[in-house]
Design a protein around this ligand. Structure first.
Ligand code: CAO
Length: 426
């Protein structure tokens, strides 16, 4: 039988009687090189005690609560052939290597390590305490991670490991969900299965990305939504007449194309709506091009194709382009470039219904126009009530760029263009 490898407490710098706070292996466990065997803690530091060789645990000589010093025997391992058995190649060398144990990974404790140690283990929202060693808790604290937000760990029995903390931070960084400094407490995670049957459904990538972007905008932009109605009775009559002239296979003009034209005409009149605020908030970047994003509902979530140079295109060209882009969006065939460079966005729910809503600005744009369902209404003309087709409009704007009066004037201009589309020619 191969010689057993003895793993002892290495030189930890003249510290005696170190507390063993946790032992992570038991007899029979296969241990990898550098795997943490135990967590030791002094009043100055927490340290993971790594295995200086790979093997199967034969005997364990310490337990949580013990005190150890340099040279204390921790475990004996039976070297395994399959795994890299040690830092060195041969069995003899591995025994030698075990006698010069790898240095423990030391995590410096904060000034008041003793108080930190005494801290009660907080429970997460599901009522369960996060399952992690003090060293991992300390590591999480140093990175500013609330360990209770890591729902399960990849360690034994769901124990949270350092890698889980690292992955949590990585995920937060890439998804932009890292604390924004807003000081807003995170939503608690709730175990709904305690109230009844549940089923988990993964969000589509589009939904996840949209959600992150919307949250960012919601937290960063002071937004105001202004509501009004445009009289589109004549516009609708013209649209119906236009479509009556179209052949069976031709794409029909929708009201949305006129709304796009009216919006763009208003933007030319009020250039601050065709602008973005510089990242430092010091400058307004005015755009000389006019591209309009159209929110399109797709099976995978909301996407916003961008119609370019809308001011230079006529109703028929825009009708064809809108049909093409929204069709591609629904099939998930839009290229990233087709969703970039928008100056303002329209979100139209008119095909479905509604009387008003508060769309969220598609920042760094400064405004978004929401549209809900037009309906016939009695409108008083000073002498009598007339049946008019009224279109509800909702203009949300970034109040850092647009003030209330500008918002109201911009909306009045849109209404005027929609009320009399001949004005689009002026
Ligand atoms: N008032 C009354 N009727 C309206 C209308 C309005 N404001 N807007 C559309 N309609 C009618 C259309 O005329 C059409 O009628 P017909 O079938 O009789 O021709 C029908 O409703 C369906 O229109 P549509 O929605 O297919 O076409 P559209 O050009 O108006 O809109 C598009 C295109 C791509 C914007 C739309 O299909 C869409 O995806 N809307 C959802 C936008 C969205 O998800 N917004 C996000 C909200 S915030 O999260």
């Amino acid at each position: 039988m191969a010689d057993l490898i003895e793993i002892k407490v290495p030189d930890v710098g003249n510290v005696e009687n170190i507390d063993v706070v946790d032992v992570l292996v038991k007899p029979g466990d296969a241990v990898k090189l550098e795997q943490t065997l135990a967590i030791l803690e002094t009043d100055k530091a927490s340290m993971d005690l790594p295995a200086s060789a790979a093997g199967i645990v034969q005997e364990l000589f310490i337990k949580a609560g013990d005190k150890v010093s340099e040279g204390t025997l921790i475990v004996t391992l039976l070297p395994t052939e399959a795994a890299p058995s040690s830092v060195a190649e041969t069995e003899e060398a591995s025994v030698a290597a075990a006698e010069q144990p790898a240095a423990p990974t030391v995590v410096a404790a904060p000034e008041k390590a003793v108080e930190v140690k005494a801290e009660p283990v907080p429970a997460n929202a599901s009522g369960k305490a996060a399952h992690a060693t003090p060293a991992v808790r300390l590591f999480a604290r140093e990175l500013g991670v609330d360990i209770n937000k890591i729902s399960t760990g990849s360690g034994r029995k769901g124990r949270i490991l350092k890698d889980d903390v690292k992955n949590f931070v990585k995920k937060a960084m890439t998804e932009g969900t890292a604390p924004s400094g807003s000081g807003i407490p995170a939503m608690p995670s709730v175990d709904f299965s305690q109230f009844g049957e549940t089923e988990e459904q993964k969000l589509s990538k589009i939904k996840r990305l949209t959600g992150q972007n919307l949250s960012r905008v919601w937290l960063n932009l002071p937004m105001v939504t202004y509501h009004d109605e445009a009289d589109i009775t004549e516009m609708e009559a013209f649209r119906v007449a236009l479509n009556a002239e179209k052949g069976k296979d031709e794409v029909k003009v929708t009201g949305l194309v006129f709304i796009i034209k009216a919006l763009v005409a208003a933007m030319e009149q009020f250039p601050q709506f065709n602008a973005s605020l510089s990242a430092d908030g010091e400058k307004l970047i005015l755009k000389k091009y006019v591209n309009v994003g159209i929110a399109v509902d797709t099976p995978n979530g909301l996407v916003v194709p961008v119609l370019r140079d809308v001011n230079r295109k006529g109703v028929n060209e825009l009708t064809a382009e809108l049909a093409e882009k929204s069709g591609k969006a629904r099939l998930g065939k839009l290229m990233p470039a087709e969703m970039q460079g928008g100056c303002i966005t329209i979100s139209s729910l008119g095909g479905i219904g509604g009387t008003a809503f508060t769309p969220i600005v598609n920042a760094p744009e400064v405004a978004i126009l929401g549209v809900t369902r037009a309906k016939m209404q009695p409108v008083w003309d000073g002498k009598e009530f007339l049946p008019r087709l009224m279109l509800p409009l909702d203009l949300t704007y970034d109040h850092r760029v647009i003030d209330g009066v500008e918002g109201a004037r911009f909306m009045a201009a849109i209404k005027q263009y929609l009320g009399d589309i001949r004005r689009l020619l002026l």
